[in-house]
Write a protein that binds this ligand. Structure first.
Ligand code: HEM
Length: 398
């Protein structure tokens, strides 16, 4: 009979901010699939093995539909969750999902990525200038890791320069993992309102951006608003935490940092390895639509599955020496962007952001280091969807 996990971990192991919680690594040692009972009492499964997770992600018998999702650690009682609103295709199955994903796929064109790269180099340089001018120490999250992805998404959605600060404040408030529910709801409503205005503006006066392009399709304003919301929700926290946690990880692995400084051509591989090693998108959910045999178990129709992407990315059967950050690693194929029909739509954009931002930061501050002992760097809570640091105090020689 399979291993049973009774409670999900609430914290990382002390002194190991980059590694999956011990309970998940332990579950993987027992096998790629464990039983897990959800707080409501519903029986489900926790998957920690790379191959098994990848096969589920490629299998249409497992659904991403919002109305079928069960929260892994909170019992909301019998509340019936409504289906994902128009445009919010992360939590839909095909064919509904592809109605939104298809028209978007063609929008991340080579030309637009090249233009964005140039803008990103400028945006990054501006923020490094400001950091340097203010002098050490700095919080790398507020000075660098947050604004770069935020401005990038604003470029993508065509948010005007004068509206960016208020736009970012709203989005920050609704993505705050530790805020009170009613504050999050209020900020969410305001963001919805902002996005509706933005869609109307692009409809009236299209500019050179992805959102304006999409007004040239049969998508309604309501649907465009949902798409914009998904791009924000999926593209901000993820990239921000890759930049901040990635810098933290490099500073904690001085040999790897030195290797990257010595050989700038290592950056593409370094970005992939940081994606694997950090797996900031830790866990995603699926629900079985019918009975399925999986890893020697029968998954009953309606069963919820927790997919631990971060444990899969540390699977010793897939990655030799999985807990080492090794920027020269050649084994590739991490699951940090997922797999299958929901595989990250923004992955090329995220890669461009990291390939520009990390080298620029390291170039500008050759003596960059933590300004506090590593164990004092505050981590985001484990209940947050995205792993990362709340702040990253850094300093450098002037
Ligand atoms: C989906 C990770 C950046 C837009 C996903 C998924 C993962 C992921 C794991 C799949 C979720 C699932 O399996 O259910 C990441 C990481 C990022 C990043 C680690 C940063 C390093 C971005 C950016 C954008 C974006 C910058 C937007 C511009 C999306 C969208 C989806 C998605 C729209 C949904 C795709 C679909 O359902 O078809 N991302 N993402 N992501 N991501 Fe990203």
């Amino acid at each position: 009979s399979p291993h049973t996990v009774t409670t999900l971990p609430t914290a990382r192991q002390p002194g190991r901010p980059f590694d999956p919680p011990a309970e998940l690594l332990d579950a993987r040692r027992h096998g790629p699939i464990s039983r897990y009972t959800f707080p409501s009492g519903k029986p489900g499964w926790l998957l920690t093995g790379y191959d098994l997770i990848k096969s589920v992600l490629a299998d249409s018998r497992f659904s991403s539909r919002k109305e079928l999702m069960l929260h892994p650690t909170i019992d909301y009682g019998g509340i019936q969750i409504p289906p994902a609103p128009p445009g919010e295709f992360l939590l839909m199955d095909d064919p509904r999902h592809s109605r939104y994903r298809k028209p978007l796929m063609g929008k991340f064109t080579v030309r637009r990525m090249r233009l964005l790269t140039e803008r990103l180099e400028q945006i990054t340089a501006d923020h490094l200038d400001a950091m340097e001018k203010a002098g050490p120490p700095a919080d790398l999250v507020t000075a660098f890791a947050k604004p770069i992805p935020a401005i990038t998404i604003c470029e993508l959605l065509g948010v005007g320069r004068q509206d960016r600060d208020s736009f970012r404040e709203q989005v920050d408030a609704f993505m705050d993992a530790e805020a009170e529910d009613e504050d999050v709801l209020a900020a969410y409503t305001t963001t919805q309102h902002h996005l509706a205005e933005l869609v109307a503006a692009k409809r009236a006066h299209p500019t050179d951006d992805v959102l304006s392009d999409l007004t040239d399709s049969d998508l309604t304003d309501e649907e465009l608003k949902g798409i914009a919301l998904i791009l924000l929700a999926a593209g901000l926290d993820t990239t921000t935490n890759m930049l901040a946690l990635g810098t933290f990880a490099l500073l904690r692995n001085p040999d790897q940092l030195a290797a990257l400084r010595a050989d700038p051509t290592l950056i593409d591989r370094a970005v992939e390895e940081l994606l694997r090693y950090l797996s900031v998108g830790k866990t995603f959910m699926r629900t079985a639509l019918e009975d399925v045999e999986l890893g020697g178990q029968t998954i009953r129709a309606g069963s919820p599955l927790i997919l631990s992407y971060n444990t899969a990315n540390r699977d010793p059967e897939r990655f030799p020496d999985p807990h080492a950050l090794d920027l020269h690693r050649q084994d590739g194929g991490h699951l940090a962007f997922g797999h299958g029909i929901h595989q990250c739509l923004g992955q090329q954009l995220a890669r461009v952001e990291m390939r520009v931002a990390f080298p620029a930061l390291l170039d500008r501050f050759p003596t960059l280091r933590l300004a506090v002992p590593a164990e004092q760097v505050p981590l985001r809570p484990e209940i947050a969807d995205i792993h990362g640091v709340k702040s990253l105090p850094v300093t450098w020689d002037t």
